[in-house]
Design a protein. Sequence first.
Length: 313
Amino acid sequence: MWKDFFYFSKGQQVGIIVLLVLIFVVSVVRFALPYLIPSNSNAFDTNFVAEAENFKKSLLSLDSIQQAERQRQFEERYAAYRLNYRKDFSKKENHYELFNFDPNTADSATFVQLGLKSYVASNILKYRSKGGSFKNAEDFSKIYGIPSEKFNELLPYIQIDEKFSNPPVNLGEKAVKENPTSLVELNSADTTLLMQVKGIGKYYAKSIVRFRQNTGGFFSVDQLSEIYGMTPENLEKIKPFCTVNPNLIEKIKVNTSSVDRLNKHPYINFYQAKAIYELRRKKGKLHQFGELKNLSEFTEEQLKKIEPYLSFE
C-alpha cells in the first residue's frame, strides 16, 4: 500500500494524509470523551422506574386498605424524588456580587460583575455616550433590558454623585428662563438656548441652526418665516425675544469663489452664480455690490437678499 502511495499525485497524497489525520483525531476524541466529560449525576434513575413497575404489580395482591397505605408511601417517596431531581437541574450558582456603584461612572465590567447582562451594560454605555445621565436611582430602571427584580436587587447599592443629581445650569439658559424679555441672538445661540424661547421647540431649534449653517447666518429676524413649518402666529410670538448680529454672518468672497461655491448658497442659483463669475472674469476684481445690479439674472428683491452675504475683499 505504502509503495503505491508514492505513485499518487501530490494533491492526492496531501488528501490521504489529511484523511488519516482526521481519522486519528476522531478516534482519540471518541476514546477520551468519557474521561473528559463527567458523568451526569442528574441522569434519571432507571432503578426508580423499575421500582415503580414492581410497586404496581405488588398492589394486585393486597387488599384496599393495604393498597391505599402502600400508595401513600410511594407518592411521598416520588414527590421527594421529583423535588430533588428538579433542584439539581434548576440550581444555578450566582457568579455576581453586590456592592455600591454609580451608574454614571461605572464601566461595563462593573455592570457585568453586578449581575447585569453584557448587552445591558452596552445599553448603559451607549446612553451615557449620547449625553444621558442618571439623576436618581429610578432613572437607572429605565434602561432597556433591566428586569424589575434585578433593579430592586441593585437599588440599595445605587449611589448617584451629587454633580449628576444637581447638574449646573447654563447661565444663558437661566437668564432666558428667569427673564423672558432676554433676547436670544440667532447667529450664535445653540439649540439648547434657542429652546428656552417660548414657541421654539426641538424641531424649530434644529431648523434655525441648519438655516444658519446653510446661509451663513441671519441678517433679519424676519428670516425665521423661511423656516419650514413656521406659522405667522408662532413667528409673532418668537420675534420679540430674538435678535441678530449681522457682523457674525459668514460671507462669501465674490472675487475668489468658484461657481460651485456661489451656487451653494440657498439664495443663489446656478445661472446667477455663473453670471457673477463671468462678470468677474470680464471686468477683473469687483469692488462693490452695485456692480451686480446690472445682471439680468437677478431681480431687485433677490439682490437685496444676497447683499448681506457677499464680500468684495
